[in-house]
Design a protein around this ligand. Sequence first.
Ligand SMILES: Nc1nc2c(ncn2[C@@H]2O[C@H](COP(=O)(O)OP(=O)(O)OP(=O)(O)O)[C@@H](O)[C@H]2O)c(=O)[nH]1
Ligand SMILES: [Zn+2]
Length: 219
Amino acid sequence: MSEAAATSPVLPGPAVHLPTAAGDFTAIAWTDSRTGVEHLTLSAPGTSTEQSGTLGEGAPLVRLHSECLTGDVFGSFRCDCGEQLEQAMELVALYGGTIVYLRGQEGRGIGLANKLRAYALQEAGADTVEANEQLGLPVDARDYQAAAEILHQLGLHRIRLLTNNPAKRDWMRRYGVEVEAMVPSEVPVRAENERYLQTKRDRMDHHLTLLRTKPVRQS
Ligand SMILES: Nc1nc2c(ncn2[C@@H]2O[C@H](COP(=O)(O)OP(=O)(O)OP(=O)(O)O)[C@@H](O)[C@H]2O)c(=O)[nH]1
Ligand SMILES: [Zn+2]
């Protein structure tokens, strides 16, 4: 057992095989003994044989995916989460890396019921930031300590982070995970999530180009 594992409050279960539509992964559930929250990692070695000049080059790809029941499970187009997760699974299956699925981060940490309360306020005209403020809740209540502890236990001390959100990079650095690069996690904008994505770009500093078609990746 590594030093990080011996002292970490986030405890791993057994590694199991998880075959999916995107490819084959190794899955581990991690229990945060401080909160009882159970996170999940999906890791893959990558199947790509490309040598250089592609996403196959550099530190392992990592996606820190915040739970979004409506987007991830039910395919809601109000946000980009479901399609981002799908894209991350495909990239990790191809180029190798790990997805950390962060439970307890639903609605940027305010929970499912509050996220739907925020949606109701958005239907009355608020944007995603104003809606949380009107509810008296933080705009972003997420913390990434458990995520960083999981990465350290997996030996992922230096990573390429699949995200558009520079705050995630900053959190990783704060918790001692070196971020070699931010790799865009952008999916095409839809009429249903255009305002949401614009607000993330304009008010939350997300790196988004609001592209309308799939990005062309070197392969
Ligand atoms: N409070 C709130 N949360 C939302 C809303 N739409 C999506 N979410 C949640 O936001 C979280 C994802 O955060 P985002 O801001 O979309 O993106 P991010 O994770 O910070 O950045 P990326 O790594 O680029 O995806 C998920 O937990 C969603 O459930 C909303 O309108 N209000
Ligand atoms: Zn979502």
